[in-house]
Design a protein around this ligand. Structure first.
Ligand code: DAT
Ligand code: MG
Length: 150
């Protein structure tokens, strides 16, 4: 089953929205297999956002993402990467559709609450940045067959 990395960014923690966002992801049918509160170092921010190094918004992005605690989560489920991305909404909350996390709870690109890996390959790389193998727990739920047919 596919896995993806979600970060509930420092704005989500500061605004007390972590639980509400997790509730949406769980309600979708995704399974939490890893979760922790942590504060990102600058070094980890650079590695996590390596694709954006050198872009004009990069310094502000690093400042923001390292500015306070965030919640890192590994979610598992059928098409987990794409399902999380559609639950998040567009990068710019002003363009994110209603019903999405960003569309319902945010208004600014630099305070968009949530990160989700953008491909299965990125997910593998990012999960390894945030979690040791021993911190991820695979398990089955009695509800799994009620969420995924096969
Ligand atoms: P996403 O978080 O939707 O995957 P991304 O990977 O393209 O988006 O960018 C990472 C983060 O960087 C994004 O959540 C917010 C910030 N960002 C991206 N493009 C930006 C821009 N043009 N101006 C300001 N911040 C930006
Ligand atoms: Mg991205």
């Amino acid at each position: 089953m596919e896995r993806t990395l979600v970060l509930l960014k420092p704005d989500a923690v500061q605004r007390g929205l972590a639980g509400a966002i997790i509730a949406r992801l769980e309600a979708r049918g995704l399974k939490i297999v890893g979760i922790k509160l942590m504060q990102m170092s600058e070094a980890l921010a650079h590695r996590h956002y390596e694709a954006h190094v050198g872009k004009p918004f990069f310094p502000g992005l690093v400042q923001f993402i390292t500015s306070g605690p965030l919640v890192a989560i590994v979610l598992e489920g059928k098409n987990a990467v794409a399902v999380v991305r559609s639950t998040m909404g567009a990068t710019d909350p002003a363009k994110a559709g209603p019903g999405t996390v960003r569309g319902d709870m945010a208004i600014d690109m630099g305070r968009n609450l949530i990160h989700g890996s953008d491909s299965p390959e990125a997910a593998q790389r990012e999960i390894a940045l945030f979690f040791r193998e021993s911190e991820i727990v695979g398990y089955s739920r009695d509800t799994d067959p009620w969420i995924t047919e096969s």
